[in-house]
Design a protein around this ligand. Structure first.
Ligand code: F6R
Length: 610
């Protein structure tokens, strides 16, 4: 959601900004722009609505906008339509200060009125323009001083890149509740909203904390805290391969990432299993704290929330501790019952989702211990947690998550088994069997990925449907939620997921001739019950795709129109296998409908506004 890139150095900045923005495209946006300083031309601002290609074209691949210092932005519209006036950079009245901004300035209306009363004329509908105008109002020859004054007046979430034509030897970056990273180069320095925009130029980065302000020149980066006291930042080396953030011959990032799942699951579990024993060195939680836990909250959004739904079945089954799964956006407003004996398991691929971050801070404030499962190293959620278990999925670029979901599940299994062992809830033999099964998951996932033709064929039969239902019981229901979300996100087909037994309490009225129902029947002991639900929908005219394990392959094929068989697996690990045909089905359906798979409409990869 919105992307920021900034550079100061010796190279032509526009192509660097455009390249960085291209690498941030996946975050979601609807317009883009650049502000570049040139000694003779002053501050040049170019914006273009729509895809980034329009900005590449408008600037002649960056060549038409010379200069060696500037900032760029991809905007996901919040305040005001996505047009050239509302796009960023937003400039002050005189045109000498330009600002790019991610987040929302909550008190912008009041500030706008204040400035208008002083005669300032606004050009856009954005909250961001208030920052540019306010900076000019406070600017008396010292940009840092103006920034510090503005920070006292603005409320909300922001990452800001600020350039001033009167101070071309530096630019300023600020962060509060919205990610921003500083990249250390030789003879240049950069900022970006995530590392993918930086790694072709530098792998040495520092993460800004809330309230910090960075002043970048070609040869130095000075960071200040919110009281403008200099602070020394840790420099972290990023070892992600650049190729991991490129398509590598695949048509879509989503397909590449689906295919990478066995490798990603392997990378997540292998280093943590030694001689058949799970070793989670990263955890700081003590045996005593573990024994005192009387409630677990899993807090997350979207697909990460669906991992949480699966986690509930797994953790409760193994630990016999009550687990509540909370949508992060609801958690804060639900007066949650949290004590010092509560563990909050916070799940987030990006580690920057603002709803999740806010809910996590609330849980912490109420006394919970925070254990997060995060993919992006150094992200805010990771840094503010008591314990972090990283998923080693590598960069996930497609908006619709696949490999991050799978690695989050893998971490949930590791965590559940480790805690169960430590709490004496599993005997040695059960533990060993489950760990051995876990180790086989990458291979079983690969078996499904080796035969995508069948799923592609089913997609070709059903891609024209307007309404698709997913049903399942127990953990299969959690997978149904994810299957339905994948389909909705990228193919725009209306879809719902239901606990199979619940359908007849209302939703079954929507089933008519030709409605497609995807029935997840992996949970072996519930197979027959699920088949009864299949009969109910078939009796009302539905076409059914059924998913079950090898054990029930034969029976399944007699009950459904299209059968998808996955390898036999312990029910606890079902989501990891069942989700793959769901992802592939959504992918192929979207492909056949001609959808923009990696950048679905209205969506952003990292959701940094509430
Ligand atoms: C769906 C999807 C979203 C995210 C959600 C949370 O494919 O990607 O639903 O799961 O926005 O994002 P993270 O995990 O980054 O907190």
């Amino acid at each position: 959601m919105c992307g920021i890139v900034g550079y100061i150095g010796r190279e032509q900045v526009s192509p660097i900004l455009l390249d960085g923005l291209t690498r941030l495209e996946y975050r979601g946006y609807d317009s883009a722009g650049l502000a570049v300083f040139h000694p003779e031309k002053g501050l040049q601002v170019v914006k273009a609505r729509g895809r980034l290609q329009a900005l590449w074209d408008a600037t002649q691949q960056g060549q038409a906008v010379p200069g060696t210092m500037g900032v760029g932005h991809t905007r996901w519209a919040t305040h005001g339509a996505p047009n050239d006036i509302n796009s960023h950079p937003q400039v002050s009245q005189s045109g000498k200060i330009a600002v790019v901004h991610n987040g929302i300035i909550e008190n912008y209306v009041k500030l706008k009125e204040f400035l208008e009363a002083k005669g300032v004329v606004f050009a856009s509908e954005t909250d961001t323009e208030v920052v540019a105008q306010l900076l000019e109002y406070y600017y008396h020859g010292d940009l840092l001083d103006a920034v510090s004054k503005v920070l006292h007046r603005i409320e909300g979430a922001y990452a800001l890149g600020i350039v001033c034509a009167d101070e071309p030897e530096q630019f300023v970056a600020v962060r509060k509740d919205s990610p921003l990273i500083v990249g250390h180069g030789v003879g240049f320095n950069m900022i970006a909203s995530d590392v993918t925009a930086l790694i072709s130029y530098t792998r040495e980065v520092s993460y800004l904390n809330d309230g910090e302000v960075a002043v970048l020149t070609r040869d130095s980066i000075q960071v200040y805290d919110s009281l403008m006291r200099p602070v020394t930042k840790e420099v972290v080396h990023i070892d992600w391969e650049i190729s991991a953030a490129e398509k590598g011959g695949y048509e879509h990032f989503m397909f590449k990432e689906i295919m990478e799942q066995p490798k990603a699951i392997q990378a997540t579990i292998s280093p943590r299993i030694q001689n058949g024993q799970i070793v989670l060195d990263e955890l700081n939680i003590t045996q005593e704290q573990l024994q005192q836990l009387d409630r677990i909250y899993v807090i997350a959004c979207g697909s990460s929330y669906h991992v949480g739904m699966a986690a509930k079945y797994i953790l409760e089954r193994l630990l016999r501790i009550p687990v509540e799964v909370a949508l992060a956006s609801e958690f804060r407003y639900s007066e949650p019952i949290v004590t010092e004996r509560t563990l909050a398991v916070v799940i987030s691929q990006s580690g920057e989702t603002i709803d999740t971050l806010a809910a996590m801070r609330e849980a912490k404030r109420l006394g919970a211990r925070i254990l997060s499962i995060v993919n992006v190293v150094g992200s805010t959620i990771a840094r503010e947690s008591d314990d972090v278990l990283y998923t080693w999925a590598g960069p996930e670029i497609a908006v619709a998550t696949t490999k991050a979901y799978s690695t989050q599940l893998a971490v949930v299994y590791l965590l559940a088994l480790d805690f169960a062992k430590k709490l004496g809830k599993l005997n040695e033999q059960e533990y060993e069997t489950l760990v051995a099964e876990l180790e086989q998951l990458p291979e079983k996932a690969q078996m499904i990925l080796d035969h995508t033709e069948e799923i592609q064929y089913f997609a070709s039969i059903y891609f024209n449907h307007n309404s698709i239902f997913f049903i399942g019981r127990n953990i299969d229901y959690a997978v149904g939620l994810e299957g339905s979300l994948k389909l909705k996100e990228i193919s725009y087909i209306h879809s719902e997921a239901y606990a199979a037994g619940e359908l007849k309490h209302g939703t079954i009225s929507l089933i008519e001739d030709g409605t497609l129902v995807v029935a997840l029947a992996g949970w072996n002991t519930l197979f027959e019950k699920l088949m009864s639900n299949v009969k109910e929908v078939k009796a009302r005219g539905a076409d059914v795709i059924g998913v079950a394990t090898q054990t029930h392959a034969q029976k399944l094929s007699t009950q459904v129109d299209s059968a998808l068989v996955i390898p036999d697996v312990h029910p606890m690990f079902l989501p990891s296998l069942e989700v793959i045909p769901m992802q592939l089905f959504a992918y192929y359906v979207a492909l056949m409908r001609g959808c923009d798979i990696d950048k679905p409409r209205n969506l952003a990869k990292s959701v940094t506004v509430e």
